[in-house]
Design a protein around this ligand. Structure first.
Ligand code: MLC
Ligand code: AMP
Length: 523
């Protein structure tokens, strides 16, 4: 039997010369391919020494660092399940994730050790380590005592590799279970589709500026670099000036639209600094046509937009060659990268658009996007009913995105059937925020809507009705939310109103509210 452990496939792509630099950080650190191999072996051996049952969850809430990536690789090697958590999550959010996932190991920042370890021990976790973003912490201290040689544990394609929590439109967050096969198949498809150049072909160099606790930074970016033996220029925090300064040494950049708008605000972004670049990739949120065009004019590059989600990794992508003047190896003209679209379904990914009865619609007609393929997740962690609800009877996953496929096959996303705000590439579920607001003293009801925002693309605005006789203050509501929820979930404005528009069924008409408040942050 061949070992389908994802790490084995990534490792097989490392360059022959392991002493070459694999990662260089903006903090001045360099890591060779040998460093990645040895450090992840030591951490994997530490995990193995804990004698955990197979597929134990390793929950990780740490600041971005190369060591955090190494911990991910070590978890794969040891055959356990990586469970990354956004550093913005606060105690109530973390308590839920730990209680739901029952991790065998929790890794947190030294600063959070006090409260995180208390929650973890209460939930039955026996091992809590710390990891800081300055190459320190008990995880590294303990790993240092272990051998730097390790053979990746045998895993099959259907074995779990990671759980990513994604909030539900109703109820609590759901853990999307991704397998070694899901992750590897997607990485292999993107390797070819995006034309990654092997080290022998001159190699690609990726600027890694995204967080490493979501699909984009953790899977798409890291897998792409490792499975191509490509080196990374690594920033622990996105900084537009630092990215621009690195462009002349790089060939590929991946970002959410906010990163592109922030870079466009820098006068130092011009054609010359982008000359060496091969590919600018955008995803996780809609890229405005205005950004797409302005980027083209300023840099001479056409951003490649793609579409994916936690449950499926990458689904569609615009073509690798930027315009129709290019021909393929058979001399056939290529399709161009088309702004406002997310391109074509990736090879192996089935994508169809269905009406409200689940019947596939004609090309050009709008409906719900459904997908199928080796990239589609195994289900939601311990939620078989939720899993069943999200799949059609013939096995298609309902993405909750609304869109169309045109006659040429381009996919366009026009909206979402799920009540979701995507802010700077992070998902915010209004139902969760409304739940917190509704519990506050004096609140009768609330509605949270997404409105356009020049920096984050979309942000939340809360509209709150007071109970009769109560007096409420929007700013105080936001302050109270800040103490309890991750900062990116906090609405950017809160208004106390006397009523909310409703339809005949009594349901709040959020579309009308979105219309009323659409100019709150944009003229
Ligand atoms: C920070 N803030 C946000 C926010 N990020 N508010 C709304 N949305 C966000 N995304 C808050 C801060 O807490 C702060 O509030 C205020 O906004 C200003 O913060 P900032 O200093 O400007 O933010 P910064 O730290 O620079 O972060 C912005 C960012 C970050 C864009 C760099 O949000 C980011 O890295 N986004 C990428 C998300 C991502 O990787 N998504 C991929 C998901 S995977 P205060 O009150 O504290 O001042 C996926 C699948 C797929 O979707 O297809 O890829
Ligand atoms: P997440 O659950 O965080 O993985 O977010 C996935 C969601 O992000 C998708 O269901 C889409 O709604 C959205 N998304 C990802 N990429 C794009 C894109 N290029 N354009 C529009 N929406 C996107």
């Amino acid at each position: 039997m061949t070992n389908s452990n994802l790490y084995a496939a990534l490792r097989a792509a490392f360059p022959d010369d392991l002493d070459r630099v694999a990662v260089e950080t903006d903090g001045g650190l360099t890591y060779t391919w040998r460093d990645l191999e040895r450090a992840s072996a030591m951490m994997a051996n530490l995990l193995t020494s804990l004698a955990l049952p197979p597929e134990s969850r390793i929950a990780v809430q740490v600041e971005k660092s190369v060591e955090a990536m190494v911990l991910y690789l070590a978890t794969l090697r040891a055959g356990h399940v990586f469970l990354p958590l956004n550093t913005a999550y606060q105690a109530a959010e973390i308590e839920y994730f730990i209680g739901n996932a029952e991790p065998a190991v929790v890794v947190c920042t030294p600063a959070n050790f006090g409260w995180v370890s208390k929650l973890a021990f209460k939930a039955g976790t026996q091992n809590v380590f710390t990891l800081a973003d300055d190459v320190s912490g008990t995880l590294l201290d303990r790993a240092a005592a272990h051998s730097d040689v390790q053979t990746p544990v045998e895993r099959g394609v259907d074995d779990l590799a990671a759980i990513l929590y994604t909030s539900g439109t109703t109820g609590r967050s759901k853990g999307a279970m991704l397998t070694h096969g899901n992750l590897l198949s997607n990485a292999q498809v993107l390797k070819t589709y995006w034309g990654w150049r092997t080290p022998e072909q001159g190699g690609d160099v990726l600027i890694h500026a995204l967080p490493v606790f979501h699909v984009h930074g953790l899977f798409v970016a890291i897998h792409a670099a490792l499975i191509n033996g490509s080196s990374m220029l690594w920033l622990n925090r996105f900084d537009p000036k630092a990215v621009i300064a690195w462009l002349p040494r790089a060939t590929v950049f991946m970002g959410v639209p906010t990163l592109y708008t922030r870079m466009l605000a820098e006068p130092s972004l011009n054609r010359q600094v982008c000359q060496h670049m091969r590919l600018f990739i955008s995803g996780s949120a809609p890229l405005l046509l205005e950004t797409f065009r302005t980027w083209q004019q300023r840099t001479g590059h056409t951003i490649l937009e793609r579409y994916g989600m936690s449950e499926t990794i990458m689904l569609t992508s615009n073509p690798c060659l930027p315009d129709a003047r290019h021909v393929d190896a058979q001399g056939m003209p290529q399709s161009e990268r088309r702004g406002g679209t997310v391109g074509f379904p990736l090879p192996g990914v089935g994508l169809r658009v269905a009406d409200e009865h689940g019947v596939p619609v004609e090309a050009g007609d709008i409906g719900g996007i459904q997908v199928k393929g080796p990239n589609v997740f195994r289900g939601y962690w311990r939620m078989p009913e939720k899993t069943a609800e999200e799949f059609t009877s013939d096995g298609w996953f309902k993405t909750g995105d609304v869109g169309l496929v045109d006659v040429q096959g381009y996919v366009t996303i026009v909206g979402r059937s799920k009540d979701l705000i995507i802010s700077g590439g992070y998902n915010v579920y209004p139902a969760e925020i409304e739940g917190y607001i509704n519990e506050m003293t004096g609140v009768a009801e609330s509605a949270v809507i997404g409105v356009p925002h020049p920096d984050f693309g979309e942000v939340g605005v809360a509209l709150v009705i007071a109970k009769s006789g109560a007096s409420l203050d929007g700013a105080a509501i936001l302050t109270s939310l800040k103490a309890r929820l991750a900062n990116f979930k906090i609405p950017k404005a809160c208004e106390v109103v006397s009523e909310l528009p409703r339809n005949t069924m009594g349901k709040v008409q959020k579309n009308l509210l979105r219309d009323t408040y659409r100019h709150t942050f944009k003229s």
